[in-house]
Ligand binder design. Structure first.
Ligand SMILES: O=C(O)CCC(=O)C(=O)O
Length: 266
């Protein structure tokens, strides 16, 4: 569980690294195997864009998944902390494995997650799980503390192939010199707010940097499948499966059936 001061840090900074959370070596070994597995079973997908591999062949990209990721996305210890931040009714609506290979891993530009997502109201929390050690050298997550309080920033599109994502901050309020790094040991996590400005540099080091982002929203929010996001996101949001992982669905427009198929967990 998060301590009172960790909850306070999340509210103030928009990101917190829980001191008492660490996956076991056994869990990590299993996750490293799962990373290797989904890289080899999805050879045409960049290793930093393995989307929804907690499911098997699920929308939007229909990638081959691995059950270690679904186990992680429903881990009670993680959900207990997420519950402290967004309440007891929780939907896991996506995951994203960002595996930056040694020396060639691409940068994730400075951005706000909310930019990409058709969720209203925009209240989500990401649990970002370090599978490898993350350092400044291999492209650890970096963020601007407190930036989540300023609402929506302006972004522009940059389709450079050197970037993993393509919405880039373009706002006079952005001050890169205020950046802090979330350097993590393997098995540690950070939790971040949907409005936090964050990104990560290219990996020019000799060490791989794999991190697994689990996206949660309170079930009082809705994933708006009807919104046209095509100018911003390359993903088709209309079939994304929603998983109620705790409590009850509180919004009638959240369809919990779309996009699932029987036995869809990898
Ligand atoms: O893994 C990274 O470097 C970026 C992660 C990110 O942007 C996110 O989880 O929202």
């Amino acid at each position: 569980m998060l301590t009172t001061s960790e909850i306070e840090s999340y509210r103030e900074d928009g990101l917190v690294i829980p001191r008492n959370f660490r996956l076991s070596e056994t869990e990590l070994e299993c996750l490293r195997g799962a990373v290797d597995s989904v890289i080899s079973t999805n050879p045409d997908t960049p290793t930093d864009f393995l989307f929804n591999v907690h499911l098997d062949q699920a929308p939007p990209l229909r990638l081959v998944g691995h059950s270690a990721f679904s186990t992680l996305a429903t881990d009670d210890k993680i959900l207990d902390m997420v519950e402290q931040l967004i309440g007891p009714d929780i939907i896991n609506w996506a995951t994203h494995l960002f595996c930056k290979q040694a020396t060639t891993g691409r940068a994730v530009p400075w951005h706000q997650d909310g930019q990409y997502w058709p969720i209203r109201p925009l209240r989500t929390c990401t649990a970002w799980v370090a599978i490898d050690r993350t350092t400044r050298a291999n492209g650890a997550l970096r963020y601007i503390p407190g930036s989540h309080k300023a609402g929506i920033y302006s972004h522009r599109t940059d389709n450079s192939p050197d970037l993993t994502l393509h919405q880039v901050i373009d706002d006079p309020r952005f001050e890169e010199d205020k950046a802090r790094y979330a350097e993590l040991e393997p098995g540690q996590i950070s939790l971040h707010d949907v409005h936090l400005l964050h990104g990560s540099a290219a990996n020019q080091s000799g060490d791989r940097r794999a991190g697994f982002a689990i996206r949660y929203m309170p079930s009082t929010s809705v994933l708006r499948r009807d919104l046209d996001m095509s100018q911003i996101s390359k993903l088709d949001w209309t079939q994304i499966p929603l998983l109620l992982v705790r409590g009850q669905n509180r919004h009638a427009d959240n369809d919990l059936e779309i996009g699932h198929r029987s036995g869809s967990v990898g």
